[in-house]
Design a protein around this ligand. Structure first.
Ligand SMILES: Cc1ncc(COP(=O)(O)O)c(C=O)c1O
Length: 370
């Protein structure tokens, strides 16, 4: 597609349905480009300024404040920017948050939850898997489960990027703190942060580029960490130093700050973001539901608004679909290598125009190949 840049010139872009790294708002990319050689009149690139300079701290603190505002975080929640991806959180969470004599609860809804469970197993910390949707290849979100009384926390993955399922409402664990991997749906909708002890998200889907991981932690959870955790793996290390204990991924944090500004100032905040995301998902699901050619892989009450997973009548047609979509300017529609099929990832930065183009292409493809 050809798009108008901020400077009035035209740029050639494709419709990006990649699962992560994923589409970023064009205006953010342009802002980065414009400021790249001379960041805020400093005569340096943001990649060159000291992370301890007032300039960079301004970026970091603005990102924190915007997140607090967008997510309506109470004051006792700390916002941290860490490294190592969401995958490092699979082990940092159990290392830090299970007091002696206590055990954690996990709900297994697919690949990423399974990986989180594998890490607590390696660490030999006590845990129970209180619910799983593995019996039907993770195509649904479990409904009936009992949270263990006194559990240290209940861990769940809010959106299952690979299987295309999402928690429509979060589990109710009473006073047991929720811990959630929100890598693939953070900031796609508003939610109540109060029941959460910790939230983590790799940036590369809804927040910015890869290289930084957002962690939001309730202050009382910080005190739980045993004394023998190596420095970099302790949340307190990063909380006490405002994420500046060591050199942070400055460019990634800067881009996250711009994405947050875009959500607040261009998109109208999380309520508006959610309305748009619902509209986008609805366009695709209603097409899928109204044809025999495409079949959704997730149960309807568990469907993700971010990753729309579907199958075609056979694998050859799926290959042809992905290839023809690519020729028509749409990228990233191949399902995850572990599950096959097709997947359209429609994160915040994927516009409704892109979804409309995909829907038209899908209609035409099924007409020609059905
Ligand atoms: C839900 C979820 N959790 C965790 C990860 C892993 O994130 P990272 O690559 O940042 O470790 C992903 C990556 O796609 C994901 O979708």
């Amino acid at each position: 597609m050809t798009v108008m840049r901020r400077d009035g010139e035209m740029a050639s872009r494709i419709y990006n349905f990649n699962p992560g790294p994923a589409a970023l708002p064009l205006s953010v990319l342009e802002e980065v480009k414009e400021e790249f050689l001379d960041f805020k009149g400093s005569g340096m690139s943001v990649a060159e300024v000291s992370h301890r300079s007032a300039l960079f701290e301004g970026v970091l603190n603005d990102a924190v404040t915007r997140l607090q505002r967008l997510l309506k975080l109470p004051e006792n929640f700390k916002v941290l920017f860490l490294q190592g991806g969401a995958s490092t959180q699979f082990s940092m969470v159990p290392m830090n948050l299970i007091p002696p004599g206590s055990s954690a609860d996990y709900i297994n809804t697919g690949t990423w939850a399974t990986k989180a469970i594998k890490e607590i197993e390696i660490l030999k910390k006590p845990f129970s898997v209180i619910a799983s949707s593995e019996d039907r290849n993770f195509c649904y979100i479990p409904k009936n489960f009992i949270v263990s009384p006194g559990a240290a926390y209940l861990h769940f993955t809010s959106n299952n990027t690979i299987k295309g399922t999402q928690w429509a409402t979060f589990p109710n664990a009473g006073s047991i703190p929720l811990v959630s991997d929100m890598s693939s749906d953070i900031l796609s909708r508003p939610f109540d942060p109060i029941p959460f002890g910790l939230i983590y998200a790799g940036a590369q889907k809804n927040l910015g580029p890869a290289g930084v991981t957002l962690v939001i932690i309730r202050e009382d959870m910080l005190a739980r960490a045993p004394k023998d955790i190596p420095t970099m793996f302790r949340y307190t290390t990063h909380a006490e130093k405002n994420s500046l204990y060591n050199t942070p991924p400055c460019i990634a944090i800067y881009m996250v700050q711009l994405v947050l500004k875009w959500i607040e100032e261009n998109m109208g905040g999380l309520d508006a973001m959610e309305r748009l995301n619902l509209q986008k998902a609805e366009l695709l699901y209603s097409l899928i539901d109204n044809t025999d050619f495409y079949t959704g892989t997730a149960d309807s009450d568990s469907r993700s608004k971010m990753n729309i997973t579907f199958r075609l009548p056979d694998e050859n047609l799926e290959k042809k679909f992905v290839a023809e979509a690519s020729t028509n300017g749409m990228d990233g529609l191949k399902g995850h290598r572990s599950v096959g099929g097709c997947r359209a990832s429609i994160y915040n930065a994927v516009g409704i125009d892109a979804v409309r183009v995909l829907v038209d292409f899908m209609k035409e493809f099924s007409r020609k190949n059905g």
